[in-house]
Design a protein around this ligand. Sequence first.
Ligand SMILES: Nc1nc2c(ncn2[C@@H]2O[C@H](COP(=O)(O)OP(=O)(O)O)[C@@H](O)[C@H]2O)c(=O)[nH]1
Ligand SMILES: [Mg+2]
Length: 316
Amino acid sequence: MVFGIVGKFFKRIKSGLAKTRSVFGDALRGLIGKGRVIDKQFLEELEDILIAADIGIAKTDEILEDIQTRFKQGEAAEGEALLDFLKRSLREELQEASSDELKTASAGPTVVLIVGVNGTGKTTSIAKLAKRFKDQGKEVLLAAGDTYRAAAIEQLSIWSERIGVDIVKQHDGADAAAVAFDAIIAAEARGADLVLIDTAGRLHNRDDLMRELEKIRRVIQKKYPEAPHETLLVIDATSGQNAIQQARIFSQSMGVSGLILTKLDGTAKGGCALSIKRELGLPIRYIGVGEQMDDLQPFDPDAYIEAIFGELAEDE
Ligand SMILES: Nc1nc2c(ncn2[C@@H]2O[C@H](COP(=O)(O)OP(=O)(O)O)[C@@H](O)[C@H]2O)c(=O)[nH]1
Ligand SMILES: [Mg+2]
């Protein structure tokens, strides 16, 4: 298999990105097919496809320019060569994905703070991460830091039971920072490896929310100055440019270290991984490609590009 991508893992990504592949991949192959004359019409059609997939204007312009310098105008370029060029160009954009899954603590538990707007998938992503790390033999502890709604605490409690990991929680309306602090103390006491902290995505207003999140960080840092070891911002891939706006607000005040891009299965605009990464300059750490427990995967640029182009889709 190309790039040595593991079968089962790749299957999940491939099925999760089916919408993007059926629009973007198919359109590309339709346009380029067995080759194309590089002319104005071709460039315009290609531009439409790249923009429609949400790859972003900056990257699209770059690709169009590169094509004009690499391929002779007015002459037929081989389909294979064009597709290869496009793949490599998009792949480059996603390059610096870190090879480590998560930055871990040198001593004591690794603390991961999960932030993002309501409904983006924070709580379910925490459940998926907890399951993932538990399966790797790690001891995981959840912190129900979205104390704004009782339902949010309940939701995380249900996940903790299903997955079989412990949870630290208080009543709704409790101080989220206190919950986070309790969780860290508990994690240290029992020698847990990983603490995943859920947070609210909405409070009375944005300033309140940012203050609450900052307070959580401050309180954690009293105990472990280098924590949280990761602050992952959850972004809903179906919300387009809006997602980038939200991300800016969070990353300005929260020291976000990476992104979890959810709901890629719900959009044909899977190219947003490129525009989001480019605009925010933050690495994508995990992608959500469905509602099942194993539908959160470490972001693998090679697998991602293969899945949206989809040549491998015809192999099976
Ligand atoms: N299809 C799909 N749905 C997702 C994904 N991630 C989360 N969801 C759904 O999004 C909804 C909101 O998720 P939740 O974790 O409660 O969001 P929160 O408000 O940020 O905590 C739930 O119905 C999840 O099942 C994903 O990758 N794909
Ligand atoms: Mg939630």
